[in-house]
Design a protein around this ligand. Structure first.
Ligand SMILES: Cc1cc2nc3c(=O)[nH]c(=O)nc-3n(C[C@H](O)[C@H](O)[C@H](O)COP(=O)(O)OP(=O)(O)OC[C@H]3O[C@@H](n4cnc5c(N)ncnc54)[C@H](O)[C@@H]3O)c2cc1C
Length: 382
C-alpha cells in the first residue's frame, strides 16, 4: 500500500533538510528521503549570509547553528599575484553597513547535524534514510518514489534537493548544462597560534584564490583553488609538508598552523538548468545550480530557492505555485551564475589588461565609499 503524503523531498543535504523543515512547519505531511549524511570532516564549510540567517531563525534552529559558527566581521583581500599593477590590501568592515557580521562560517557537518536534530523532532515529517531507485507517475498525476527497499511513497509535490546529478531533474525532463573550470579546490581545517579576529582573508594568487575563513576559537577553514595538476601534487604531500606550504602561502599571518582531519580535493564545476520547476516537480539547491566556492553563493542560493518556493506555495494550487517559483528564481540565479563565473575567470586570468582592470577595480571599490558599501551589500546577500 503506497504511503500518500503532501510532498516528497529527495536529498539529505543541507537544502533538503531546510526544505523538509519549512514544508512541515507550514503544516504539510512530508517525507525527507536520502542517506544519512557523511560525518567526514574534510574542510567543507559554508558562510551563511543574511537571507540564510533569517531563514534558519524562522525555522527555529538559528541559536543551535550560531553556537557552532564564527562571525565574519571583516573581509580582507590581498593581491598576491606579483603583478606589475598590484593593488594594496583592501579591508571591508561589516560595521560600515551597521551589521554585526557579513555572515557566519560553520562546518557543513555541524550545520547538517543541527538540521537533522530539528527534523527528528517533527512527528508529521517522515525521515527515510534510503536512496530512491526509481520515480513513477500515478494515473492522477502524483509522483511516486520507489525506494531501494521496494517501499513506495506518493505525493502531489516532488522536490528535488538531490544534488548536481539529480535523478529528480532527469525524471522531470528538465535539461541542464554543465561545465568545468579546470580548477580544483583543496579544503582543510587548521588550528593556529594567532587569533583570526573574525577576519576572513583572501589572497588573490596567479592560480586562483587562497582563502582562510574564521571558525570558532583559534581555528580557520581553508579553500585553496588551483590547477588540477598542482592540487594532485599537494594532495599527495604528507600532512607536515602541506601545513608548511599553507603557512607559507598565508604569509604566517596566523602563526604556526596545524591541520585537523582530512584534506578535501574538489574539482570545480558549474551547472545551470533550463527551468526550476515543471508540472508538480521543483528543483532546489545544487539540483538546480552549481557554483564554484567564490562569493559564498552556493548554499545561500539554495536556501533562497526554498524561501521562494515557500512564498509561491502560500496562495495557489501546486502547479500554478511552481510556475511562479520558476519565474521568481530564473532572474536571481542567472544574475549570480554570470557574476560568479566572471569573477572566477577574472581571478584566474593571466592577462595584463585584466590585472590592471582588477587592480583599478579593487582600488576604486576600496576608495569610493558608496561603491564600497554597494559591493559589501551585494556580497552579504542583500
Ligand atoms: C569547497 C567548497 C566550498 C564551499 N563553500 C561554500 C560557502 O562558503 N557558502 C556557500 O553557500 N556554499 C558553499 N559551497 C557550496 C555548498 O557546499 C553546496 O551548495 C551545498 O552543499 C549543496 O547542498 P545541496 O543540499 O543542494 O546538495 P548536496 O549537499 O549535494 O546534497 C544532495 C543529497 O542528495 C542525496 N541524493 C542524491 N541522489 C539521491 C537519490 N537517488 N535518493 C535519495 N537521495 C539522494 C545525496 O546523498 C545528498 O545527501 C561550497 C562548495 C565547495 C565544493
Amino acid at each position: 500500500m503506497p504511503h500518500v503524503l503532501d510532498s516528497l523531498v529527495i536529498g539529505s543535504g543541507p537544502v533538503g533538510y531546510v526544505a523538509a523543515l519549512a514544508l512541515a512547519q507550514a503544516g504539510q505531511k512530508v517525507a525527507l528521503i536520502g542517506p544519512r549524511p557523511s560525518v567526514k570532516r574534510d574542510g567543507r564549510t559554508v558562510a551563511l549570509l543574511d537571507g540564510s540567517v533569517e531563514m534558519l531563525k524562522t525555522l527555529g534552529v538559528w541559536d543551535a547553528v550560531l553556537a557552532k559558527a564564527a562571525p565574519l566581521s571583516q573581509m580582507r583581500i590581498i593581491d598576491d599575484t606579483g603583478s606589475l599593477f598590484r593593488a594594496p590590501p583592501v579591508t571591508f568592515k561589516a560595521s560600515e553597513l551597521k551589521l554585526d557580521a557579513f555572515g557566519y562560517n560553520i562546518e557543513l557537518v555541524d550545520l547538517v547535524s543541527v538540521l537533522g536534530q530539528a527534523v527528528s523532532t517533527i512527528p508529521q515529517l517522515v525521515r527515510s534514510e534510503e536512496t530512491v531507485a526509481e520515480f513513477l507517475r500515478h494515473d492522477n498525476g502524483d509522483c511516486v518514489a520507489k525506494l531501494e527497499s521496494g517501499q513506495f511513497l506518493t505525493a502531489g509535490l516532488l522536490i528535488g534537493a538531490d544534488g548536481k546529478n539529480s535523478m529528480v531533474r532527469t525524471f522531470a525532463g528538465i535539461a541542464s548544462k554543465q561545465w568545468e573550470y579546470k580548477q580544483t579546490a583543496i579544503t582543510a581545517f587548521f588550528t593556529h597560534k594567532r587569533d583570526h579576529e573574525d577576519i576572513s582573508t583572501e589572497f588573490h594568487t596567479r592560480q586562483g584564490p587562497f582563502t582562510l575563513v574564521p571558525l570558532p576559537h583559534r581555528r580557520s577553514s581553508l579553500v585553496w583553488m588551483m590547477e588540477p595538476s598542482r592540487a594532485e601534487r599537494l594532495g599527495l604531500m604528507d600532512d607536515q609538508s602541506f601545513q608548511v606550504e599553507v603557512e607559507r602561502q598565508a604569509q604566517s599571518m596566523l602563526g604556526p598552523m596545524v591541520m585537523e582531519g582530512q584534506r578535501g580535493i574538489i574539482p570545480m564545476a558549474g551547472l545551470s538548468t533550463d527551468r526550476f520547476a515543471l508540472g508538480n516537480i521543483a528543483l532546489v539547491g545544487e539540483a538546480a545550480h552549481v557554483f564554484p566556492p567564490i562569493g559564498a553563493q552556493g548554499l545561500n542560493l539554495g536556501f533562497r530557492d526554498v524561501a521562494a518556493l515557500m512564498r509561491a506555495l502560500q496562495s495557489t494550487k501546486v502547479e500554478a505555485a511552481l510556475q511562479k517559483y520558476n519565474s521568481a528564481r530564473k532572474a536571481d540565479v542567472r544574475l549570480r551564475t554570470t557574476a560568479v563565473d566572471l569573477l572566477n575567470r577574472s581571478l584566474l586570468a593571466d592577462f595584463l589588461p585584466i590585472d590592471l582592470a582588477r587592480s583599478v577595480g579593487l582600488l576604486t571599490v576600496a576608495s569610493i565609499a558608496p561603491l564600497r558599501r554597494f559591493m559589501m551589500r551585494r556580497g552579504a546577500g542583500h
